[in-house]
Design a protein around this ligand. Structure first.
Ligand SMILES: *Cc1c(COP(=O)(O)O)cnc(C)c1O
Length: 373
């Protein structure tokens, strides 16, 4: 009996996305092998964190990098770095060490996401600029004063309608000496995201999850960017006994993340995309003649990434299904099948999270929901 079965925890076939709630991603052997090797030795963690950072920086075409326990941890550390600049005297005073008049983090309203709450963990206050539909340069200008420590700019094609572009945000913030940090947690692919926001667009730092598309350890991530800013992050982070210590990165996570980034950079991304497109074609063909369903290619995906997905819409009168009802029935069975909602009448599926016979199982389970045709 497997470990999960012995606990009575059902298998999940994930056709949704690389979600933390479903365990992130599955680690490839090269990542697991690297972690196993890393686990078997003592090492100076300061030395390791520095060396891993240097290697990650080189691989991602950045000045510097820092391995974290995830993107959310990266946001907290980047906020701390913005608040205290890595100054040990300020760090020594803890949250009270932040200059009280300089505690604000600006976020465009169109960029508000569930993860940004962690900014508050660093003792900062979130101040929104703009409205849900648009942000203008003068709104950023108007909000930038001595009370602002950082601008958090959230990447993703789905969040940019009417938003102030990164390049403009950086140009304006720089004039006021305020760092711009990009949350790019789920912005892979394309692989160029690793250097696009920082090297090409001038942000001080960009934050990535290690446990999503990179398929590194679930509790890993990284911040890449300017050397001075990354040094301030390191000053706040583990293994130092400072505010970043609860987000401690193990040697296994650091080495696993590094192996995952190395692997990701060597992948044939064009071939992977072609495989996904072929898969979408298979689905469209398979369900083309089933009454009451419409299967189509969805692009870009839910995080605005250039990855095709499958959208299956149901005619309720013929199939008796709504999107939520289909989603619920797929989830409640054994093994659980997780799909995303594609609207009130539809579900949305990823193929990139499936392997082995997963695709066949998912397709059969969906076919079983439909009236015999
Ligand atoms: C997933 C995600 C995070 C959190 O990433 P973790 O690595 O799970 O901490 C933060 N921001 C965005 C936009 C995300 O998609």
């Amino acid at each position: 009996m497997g470990i999960y079965e012995s606990l009575g925890v059902r298998r999940v076939i994930n056709s949704d996305a690389r979600l933390t709630r479903l365990g992130g991603s599955k680690m490839p052997d090269v990542v697991l092998d690297a972690m196993r090797e890393a686990a078997d030795r003592y090492v100076d963690m300061h030395e390791l964190q520095t060396a891993v950072g240097q290697r990650l920086a080189k691989l991602t075409n950045n000045d510097a990098a820092y391995a974290t326990t995830g993107a959310a941890a990266g946001i907290v550390l980047a906020t701390l770095a913005s608040l205290n600049g890595g100054d040990l005297r300020q760090i020594a005073r803890g949250l009270e060490g932040h200059l009280p008049e300089r505690r604000r983090v600006l976020i465009q309203r169109a960029h508000r996401i569930p993860y940004d709450v962690v900014v508050r963990l660093a003792g900062a206050e979130i101040v929104e600029i703009g409205n849900a539909l648009q942000t203008f340069d003068w709104e950023l200008e108007g909000a930038l004063n001595d009370s602002v420590a950082m601008v958090l700019w959230v990447a993703g094609a789905h969040l940019q309608r009417g938003a102030l572009p990164l390049r403009e945000t950086v140009a304006i913030a720089r004039r006021h000496g305020v760092p711009v940090v990009v949350d790019a947690a789920a912005q892979l692919p394309p692989v160029e995201s690793l250097w696009h926001f920082t090297r090409d667009q001038g942000a001080d730092a960009a934050i990535f999850s290690g446990g999503k598309e990179l398929r590194g350890p679930q509790a890993s991530g990284m911040v890449v960017g300017k050397a001075e800013f990354l040094a301030a992050i390191a000053a706040n982070g583990s293994p130092n006994q400072r505010l970043g210590r609860p987000m401690k990165v193990g040697k296994e996570e650091m080495i696993g993340l590094l192996a995952a980034v190395e692997r990701y950079l060597q992948l044939d991304h064009a071939a992977a995309l072609a495989t996904l497109e072929a898969g979408v074609g298979r689905w469209v063909e398979r369900f083309a003649n089933r009454p009451g369903v419409m299967v189509e290619r969805e692009f870009p995906d839910e995080a605005g990434q250039p990855t095709p997905r499958i959208r299956i819409a149901f005619n309720k009168r013929i199939t008796g299904l709504t999107g939520p009802e289909a989603q619920r029935r797929l989830w409640e069975d054994d093994p659980r099948v997780q799909v995303a909602l594609g609207g009130p009448d539809a579900i949305s599926l990823s193929l990139s999270t499936l392997d082995g016979d997963d695709e066949e199982i998912v397709a059969n389970r969906i076919a079983e929901l439909l009236p015999r045709g």
